[in-house]
Design a protein around this ligand. Structure first.
Ligand code: GDG
Length: 496
């Protein structure tokens, strides 16, 4: 509470206390982005998968969401957005460079993706990471009810669980890591490896995408701290003596399957799919890649395989077209600038060698598209190429399957994407093996319809059985078991 002078010149009590909530999400980004414009700004729903995943849980629980609004040096008050209470956390321009582009995206991201790119280690980036994690933890502590459930997301906020537990031992805390957790031999490079593990161990439940990620985490805890682990349980010593149980377990994330099915059923989306094929010159085979332009996604490997198939004349550029959507990503980070140059050089070379007037072998699109257009692209393509070198899950693979209500289409899927653990009826590939990748693409090109349908049916069953509502419900169920008796319950959305 503060006292301020009001318009009448007398003192007025202004309440700065926030309302508190029984369910709080903490993520690097808010579910809305701030769009600044001359004369004022506005809030635009950000279309990420996490928003879709958590929207129903937020609605069922009247929850709060703590996150950065996406613009630097701007302070905003908390506000209500469609029944969710949003708490913006401010980042300075310098923190965007050091905490976000630096430590999160140029240290942790490459390290956790098996050092596909070289991670940079800078002590000032680490300091900024600690300071920003503290700010998120403080904001969450302020908005959480007594005994609330707090769900923290992703590698940008790994210190938040411990910071929150210190400030608010009454809370039940979950953490979900959306990206892989690397093997100890790689993780142990990190100069702050112990601090990060301690940060995460502040949670009651730590969720990972794959069984192997949860195993890597538990192994790191054993190696660095010597704590006892039994199955998915880790015994973490507490100051007062004894231990506290922490669960480290895999909860593979998924998508809003019926949302994709509904889009795929729409007449305008199906018409657009046909239009796309016509615009491509009605080739016999349309292949598709959809990725953020990121070095983990194996876009270069895919282009190399496709280029060589044209070169070897196993495919002809008039019969086979590759559409590559590469949505702009992290454009201020140097590695990403270099990657963009490399990819665009390769596309240019292949098109120069194999294209003709009015016809390109590769349609390269460095844009973001609305979801309707993405589904139309999924429906228009015969073969979906997901060739990630390392990927927590890869939602695009699941979105492709969910959209193929016609039970046709072939998914070529990297075994290094988390989705490969579930989508076994895809054509699984090792993207590093270019010859193997080429052969798999050719196997897809000549696959008879019966086999295509058989595989797609199995994939669709799998994706429908494990949609995003099931994911959030199973994580929250696990968290519920860690909740002390008498603390308020978190409700699963209806129908999950
Ligand atoms: C991280 C992990 C994990 C992409 N371009 C456009 C667009 N997208 C959408 C896709 C998909 C999402 O963005 C990307 O999700 P992915 O899972 O494929 O990959 P990351 O962004 O790296 O996500 C990943 C995920 O977190 C969730 O835990 O699976 O492993 O790295 O939904 O469709 N959407 C639209 N236009 C585009 O141009 N509308």
């Amino acid at each position: 509470m503060t006292t301020a002078r009001n318009a009448h010149g007398t003192d007025a009590i202004i309440t700065t206390e926030q309302p508190t909530f029984g369910f709080v999400v903490v993520a690097n980004r808010l579910p809305v982005d701030r769009v600044e414009a001359p004369g004022g700004g506005s809030w635009r729903r950000s279309p990420g998968g996490l928003v879709t995943a958590l929207e129903p849980v937020m609605a069922a629980n009247d929850g709060a969401w703590v996150g950065w609004p996406g613009v630097a040096d701007k302070e905003f008050d908390a506000f209500d957005n469609d029944g969710s209470w949003l708490v913006p956390v401010e980042l300075s321009t310098d923190e965007v460079e050091t905490y976000y582009e630096g430590f999160s995206n140029d240290t942790l991201w490459p390290l956790y993706h098996d050092v596909i790119a070289q991670p940079s280690y800078h002590r000032e980036w680490w300091d900024a990471y600690v300071a920003v994690n503290r700010r998120f933890a403080d904001a969450a502590a302020e908005v959480a009810d007594e005994g609330a459930v707090v769900w923290v997301h992703d590698y940008q906020l790994q210190l938040v669980p411990e910071m929150l537990r210190e400030a608010r031992p009454d809370l039940t805390i979950g953490f979900f890591n959306h990206i892989p957790f690397p093997a100890y031999g790689i993780y142990s490079q990190l100069p702050w490896r112990k601090q990060i593990l301690n940060g995460l161990l502040g949670a009651d439940v730590i969720g990972f995408q794959r069984l192997a990620d949860a195993g890597n985490f538990s192994r790191a805890v054993r190696r660095l701290f010597g704590y006892t682990t039994k199955g998915t349980n880790i015994e973490v010593p507490v100051e007062s003596g004894g231990t506290r149980n922490v669960v480290a377990k895999h909860f593979p994330i998924s998508i809003d399957v019926s949302g994709y099915e509904e889009l795929a059923e729409r007449g305008d989306v199906q018409a657009r799919a046909e239009e796309i094929r016509a615009e491509l010159g009605n080739p016999s085979v349309v292949m598709l890649g959809v990725d953020r332009l990121d070095y983990t996604k194996g876009i270069g490997h895919r282009l190399k395989a496709f280029g060589e198939l044209l070169e070897d004349e196993r495919l002809s550029a008039t019969d086979a077209v590759l559409v590559q959507v590469a949505s702009p990503s992290r454009e201020r980070v140097e590695t990403y600038k270099t990657l963009r140059d490399e990819i665009e050089l390769t596309v240019g070379r292949i098109n120069g060698d194999h294209g003709s007037i009015g016809h390109q072998a590769i349609n390269y699109l460095h844009h973001s598209y609305p979801r309707e257009e993405m589904v139309a692209l999924f429906l228009a393509s015969d073969i979906m190429l997901v060739t990630a070198l390392r990927d927590g899950m890869n939602l695009v693979a699941k979105e492709y399957v969910a959209s193929r209500i016609d039970e046709d289409g072939i998914l070529v899927l990297s075994e290094f994407a988390g989705a490969a653990d579930e989508l076994k009826s895809a054509l699984l590939v090792n993207p590093h093996d270019i010859d193997g990748l080429k052969d798999t693409i050719m196997q897809a090109v000549s696959m008879p319809r019966r086999e295509r349908v058989q595989r797609m049916r199995a994939l669709r069953r799998r994706v429908r059985d494990n949609d995003v509502a099931r994911w959030s419900a199973s994580f929250l169920d696990e968290l519920d078991q860690a909740r002390p008796a008498g603390a308020p319950e978190v409700r699963a959305p209806e129908g999950s």
